[in-house]
Design a protein around this ligand. Sequence first.
Ligand code: FDM
Ligand code: MG
Length: 218
Amino acid sequence: SAIDKEKRGALVVVEGLDRAGKSSQCELLYKSLLGMNYKAKYIRFPDRSTPIGKQIDSYLRGDSQLDDHSIHLLFSANRWEVAQSIQKDIADGITVIVDRYSYSGAVYSAAKGNPNLSLHWAWQPEVGLPRPDLCLFLSLSPEEAAKRGGYGVERYETDSMQKRVRDLFLSLLDLPHNDEICVIDAGQSVDEVAQDILEPVLECMKNVDSIGPLKRLG
Ligand code: FDM
Ligand code: MG
């Protein structure tokens, strides 16, 4: 049977720019796994439903102003508040699909260009969070992104911000310890992208035993 009681779940993160199709692909992946009788959950960050998430939501909509460091730490706190439940789900054999994670956290804040908020500074509050077994980076060229219609009205949904976010995401991919990152060409059709995602996810779920227990971000 596809459900193996001995096996832990996998922690699978989907990252990328706005309009890369992250949420649709997470939804498709989640349904595929359930259809194959795997235990799965789909969560997203920011989780706007918690008290911290409501502050983040208000900030993103432009209804409130916050210091760059302050909002950054709220985004991180929003992950820490569910870190234990993620660990529990993984231990219970549930594969957890996460729509945005620490990579968005560090990159979006550092992309603001605040001279006192480097990528290095931005990463520190993420240290110790559950480490993804697999991170799928949905890569989209600026040209392809432009074809997908306009941005929404939230903070960060501007050309200049998206360009800096893209450059910083790409610089993260170069880090030597980031071997769990898998780049997906998000410019393909929805079905092609879904297939390119499903393969490494199934492979990762098959291999979690050899990876050992869930690790932490360093
Ligand atoms: N974002 C998201 C951050 O700035 N930091 C974070 O830690 C996370 C998870 O929030 F612009 C940004 C990315 C995006 C905005 O995300 C809202 P969604 O996926 O559009 O809800
Ligand atoms: Mg958005």
